[in-house]
Structures are given as structure tokens and as C-alpha cells.
Design a protein around this ligand. Structure first.
Ligand SMILES: NC(=O)c1ccc[n+]([C@@H]2O[C@H](COP(=O)([O-])OP(=O)(O)OC[C@H]3O[C@@H](n4cnc5c(N)ncnc54)[C@H](O)[C@@H]3O)[C@@H](O)[C@H]2O)c1
Length: 398
């Protein structure tokens, strides 16, 4: 079968990573790369654990370079693209690719606003191409196991969830390094938009979107930045269970601890280990029938065995290649990327307005809030704002 020809748009941190593993892909080849910054073409260095000879062979003379993504999409050289540019560009690039019948893997988050992510889904609907989201944590065996235990009845109905995900520490130097990150005009958000989309996606993958939530979100609580860097949320799930979600880029050492209290006991993920505290009877049955007022459960505590297999970005890309060939279902469909954006938007909206909200929040009201935040940044902290128009024009002038 013919190899699927891929292009990568954006050769920064993550684009270079995708570039590096491409020679390992089965059934696909890299035929083109695109970046508005020409210097990226010569600075590309595959990560050390990749096959350098393979990468060099792919690169030399065989991979076309473009500075305009439309040029790449219209060149006839690509059947599929990985969109690895900053978030604000994702919607226009994905929609342009759909329009031309080109398959898309889009980096997280799909978009900054739910409206844009929903419009991407609508554009995809009639395109007939494969659309995937780069939520590579869905390939992590630990998270796959949790999903399995939620779906196969091992845990029983969820009663409460608590996720503290604070191991996203970033220093002031990270934000001071300038550029599009950590501001409303360049990025469109802070920890919810940059670090947490993976966790928000896993949350909705496991438990679905909450019905409603109430959040506290702080703008620049720990850092001298305009966007949120500390967020606490309380949510109500579809079945009435409650969930809390706490994140920040300001704690170190950070924590990644997910507690799922369910009908058959408690599942705890911490430090990559999964422990199931299986109660002797279903929790509600103990509660209803025990004659002991101060009953103490005697759970069987088992460390859940996890198949330790490699995971990450390249497994999503290989899955997409296989899906294009009709051999596999998508692990991370792009259309599902809408949900983590809806969750991020609802959390930010609730946190900044100081009120509980139904999920999803009104797209119009969220767009208005984002516009106000962008305007405020330009007026009150122009030194922190990022001007995409000028950035692109300066690069073109080089
Ligand atoms: N899945 C993951 O684990 C993961 C990890 C890192 C980043 N990301 C996502 O990938 C995206 C890029 O992040 P990054 O850290 O690589 O950023 P980066 O700034 O390191 O790289 C972005 C690249 O895109 C180029 N670019 C910008 N606008 C462009 C345009 N209009 N056309 C062509 N090229 C353009 C820039 O010149 C730059 O080389 C973000 O959306 C980010 O959230 C995902």
C-alpha cells in the first residue's frame, strides 16, 4: 500500500519532536515541513533517543520546506498534516486542511475557545478525512487501565473524584523568556490552556463532562503574568457524584494524585502507581446495612499491575496512520478535543466571574470574557502582550 505523505506545520519544541520520530513510522513518510521562521529548518535536531541516520536520510533533499502553510497544503505533496503551531492558529489551519481533503493531527488544545473547536468539528464533518487530537496521555498504560476499570465494572459507580495535578511547576524565568506563552494575546490562557489540556481531556474521557462546576481561578497568583496560574474546581458529574480538580504552575514539589471513590472501593493513582482499595462489600451496602455506627472498612489493598509499554506522541501518530488505512479506530478523535476546551472555558469563566456555571458555558459570553482579558492586557500590561501580526511580519521581512 502507498505510504501516507505527511507534513508538519510548526517546527518548535513539539514539531521537532514529531519530526524526529517520523522515520520510525510504519506506512507513512515525511514529505514536507512548514514554519514561518526559516531558521527552524537548519536548527532541527532530533531527540537523542531517535534514529539519527534515519532522520538525516529523511531530511536530506527529500523533505520540502514551506514558510506558508497554505503553500504546503496546496502543493499536492501531503495527504496528512500535524499541526504543531501555537493554539490560536489551530482552527484556521485544520479547517483549511479539511477543505482540501487532507487528514489532520492537531496538537492540544484544539482551540482556545469552544466556539472555534466546535467550528472545527463542523468543518470536519463533511470532509471525509481523519481528524485526531494529540492527546498522547491516552496511550499511557496507567490511564488506559483506569479507563478500563471504570468501564468494566471493577470500580462500580463513581461516588467522588479528586485530582490534584500540581506537578506543572514553571518559574518566572519560563514566563519571562517572552514570546506567545503565558499571556492572553499570544496564547489565550495559562495553566488551563497550556499545561492542563491533557488532564482535562483524561478527566472527561474517564468521567464525561460535568453538568456544572464552580471554580476559583487566580490570574498571576504566583508569577508576574496576566493569565491564570492557580485553579481549584468543584464539579458535579452526570450521576450526581462530585469531583474536585486542583492545578497550578506555582507548587514544587508538585503532586499528581487521582483518587476515585467508587461503589466497590477506592482507586488511587500516585507517583505512577495504581492502588485499588477493594471494600469487602459495595460501599452503599455497608452504609445501609451495617449495624456498627463507626464501621471501618477492611479493604483488600492491591497494587494494580500495569503493562509497562512505551507510549507517547508517536503512538498517536502511528494510530492515525493505521486509522487512515482503515486498520484501527482512533485513540484520540479530534472531535472529542472540543470537550476539554469546553471544560477549560467553563472553569475559567466560573473562576473569573466568581459564580457556578452549567457546562458548557455560553460561547458568546466566553468569547466576550476573552476579548476583555485581551484588551485589558494590551491596555494595562502591554509589555506582557504578544503581537502575532508583528511577529509574522518581522519574520517575513527577514
Ligand atoms: N502534546 C504535547 O505534549 C505538546 C507538547 C508541547 C506543545 N504542544 C502544543 O504544540 C503547539 C506548539 O507548541 P511548541 O511548544 O512547539 O511551540 P514553539 O513556540 O516551540 O513552536 C511553534 C512553532 O510554530 C511556528 N509557527 C508559529 N506560527 C506559525 C504559522 N502561522 N505558520 C507556520 N509556523 C508557525 C513558530 O515559528 C515555531 O517554530 C501548542 O499548541 C502546544 O500546546 C503539545
Amino acid at each position: 500500500m502507498k505510504k501516507i505523505r505527511f507534513g508538519i506545520i510548526g517546527l518548535g519544541n513539539i514539531g521537532a519532536h514529531h519530526y524526529g520520530y517520523f522515520p520510525e513510522m510504519d506506512g507513512a513518510e515525511l514529505t514536507a515541513v512548514c514554519d514561518i521562521d526559516k531558521t527552524r529548518f537548519s536548527r532541527l535536531e532530533p531527540a537523542s533517543d531517535f534514529d539519527h541516520d534515519g532522520v538525516a536520510a529523511t531530511w536530506e533533499g527529500q523533505v520540502a520546506t514551506f514558510t506558508d502553510y497554505r503553500g504546503m497544503l496546496g502543493s499536492g505533496m501531503v495527504d496528512a498534516v500535524i499541526i504543531a503551531v501555537p493554539h490560536y492558529f489551530h482552527p484556521e489551519m485544520a479547517k483549511e486542511a479539511f477543505r482540501r481533503g487532507i487528514h489532520v493531527i492537531c496538537e492540544k488544545p484544539m482551540a482556545v475557545t469552544s466556539r472555534e473547536a466546535r467550528e472545527m468539528n463542523a468543518a470536519h464533518a463533511s470532509s471525509g478525512v481523519v481528524y485526531a487530537a494529540m492527546f498522547q496521555m491516552r496511550t499511557d498504560p496507567v490511564y488506559i487501565k483506569i479507563k478500563e476499570m471504570l468501564e468494566d465494572g471493577t470500580l462500580g459507580e463513581v461516588r467522588r473524584v479528586s485530582w490534584i495535578i500540581t506537578n506543572w511547576f514553571r518559574t518566572q524565568a519560563y514566563y519571562d523568556s517572552g514570546g506567545w506563552r503565558g499571556n492572553w494575546t499570544g496564547e489565550g490562557g495559562g495553566v488551563l490552556m497550556n499545561q492542563c489540556p491533557h488532564n482535562l481531556d483524561l478527566f472527561q474521557w474517564f468521567f464525561g463532562l460535568p453538568k456544572r462546576l464552580s471554580a476559583m481561578a487566580y490570574l498571576g497568583k504566583w508569577h508576574d503574568i496576566t493569565v491564570e496560574d492557580d485553579v481549584s474546581v468543584l464539579m458535579e458529574l452526570d450521576n450526581g457524584a462530585t469531583a474536585s480538580f486542583i492545578t497550578t504552575t506555582g507548587d514544587t514539589p508538585g503532586t499528581n494524585r487521582l483518587d476515585i471513590a467508587a461503589e466497590n472501593g477506592k482507586l488511587v493513582l500516585e507517583d505512577g502507581r495504581l492502588t485499588f482499595h477493594k471494600t469487602e462489600k459495595p460501599v452503599q451496602e455497608i452504609l445501609n446495612t451495617s449495624q456498627q455506627g463507626f464501621y471501618s472498612a477492611k479493604p483488600e489493598v492491591v497494587e494494580v499491575s500495569i503493562e509497562r509499554k512505551p507510549h507517547g506522541h508517536k503512538y498517536i501518530t502511528q494510530n492515525v496512520i493505521n486509522a487512515i488505512k482503515g486498520k484501527e479506530e482512533l485513540i484520540s478523535p479530534g472531535t472529542e478535543g472540543l470537550k476539554s476546551v469546553q471544560l477549560a472555558n467553563a472553569i475559567l469563566f466560573s473562576g473569573l466571574k466568581g459564580c457556578p456555571v452549567e457546562v458548557p458555558v455560553s460561547e458568546g459570553e466566553f468569547d466576550q470574557l476573552l476579548e476583555e482579558l485581551r484588551r485589558d492586557e494590551l491596555e494595562k500590561a502591554p509589555e506582557k502582550a504578544f503581537d502575532w501580526g508583528r511577529y509574522v511580519a518581522d519574520l517575513k521581512a527577514l
